[in-house]
Design a protein around this ligand. Structure first.
Ligand SMILES: [Zn+2]
Length: 198
């Protein structure tokens, strides 16, 4: 029988996506055997992220600086904004390293079933960004789900009166596909073949 502290650690790890109780126990055992060169650095990294975690005031990305590393990077194209549902989608797209502009995280998607309305999403802040000027292109990178596409259409409508080009990811995206689960090649292809919203 392990001590209460070790049990607590194991059940905390078991709640991580992709880990169940068995793998959590194996991870704990692995960590306790490497107290100095694995457990210590992990604790330090977790503490640093916990203490400094902030939501970017421009794009709502999650980072340890505000504005986030992407918004603060002067090498990124200021004229192009890629709109995504969630932070996970932003990270997936940015891993593909094909989009050189900046992002805007909606924090979800419109859903009649879940009662998610436009005012529940980060849409007003997007309109403010565009109204502030300097934006040439909005790339709507919603998931290829019904709700994702409904959200994309709604945003395209709200942006209609602004002098910006509105494009969306090409539908080489598998239907029902969630960006976060696509490989980088597929994502890059969808971004490269982006087309005007009809
Ligand atoms: Zn940002």
């Amino acid at each position: 029988m392990a001590s209460q502290e070790i049990e607590t650690l194991a059940s905390a790890l078991a709640r991580l996506p992709g880990l169940g109780p068995r793998s959590a126990r194996r991870a704990v055992l692995w960590l306790v055997k490497r107290r100095d060169n694995a457990l210590g650095p992990l604790v330090d990294a977790l503490e640093a992220v916990r203490d400094r975690l902030v939501e970017c005031r421009i794009c709502s990305n999650v980072d340890t600086q505000n504005p986030c590393g992407i918004c603060a990077d002067p090498r990124r194209d200021q004229k192009s904004i890629c709109v995504v549902e969630d932070v996970a989608d932003l990270w997936a797209l940015d891993r593909a390293k094909l989009f050189t502009g900046r992002y805007h995280v909606l924090g979800g998607k419109l859903s009649a079933m879940d009662g998610i309305r436009p005012e529940d999403l980060n849409i007003a802040a997007l309109l403010d960004r565009v109204a502030g000027g300097g934006t040439d292109e909005i790339v709507l990178a919603m998931n290829a789900t019904l709700e994702g596409q409904t959200t994309a259409h709604y945003i395209a409508e709200r942006l209609e009166d602004f002098p910006v080009r509105i494009t969306q990811l090409a539908h080489g995206l598998p239907v029902g596909g969630e960006l976060d689960y696509l490989d980088e090649g597929t994502l890059a292809q969808a971004l490269r073949a982006r087309r005007p919203v009809d």
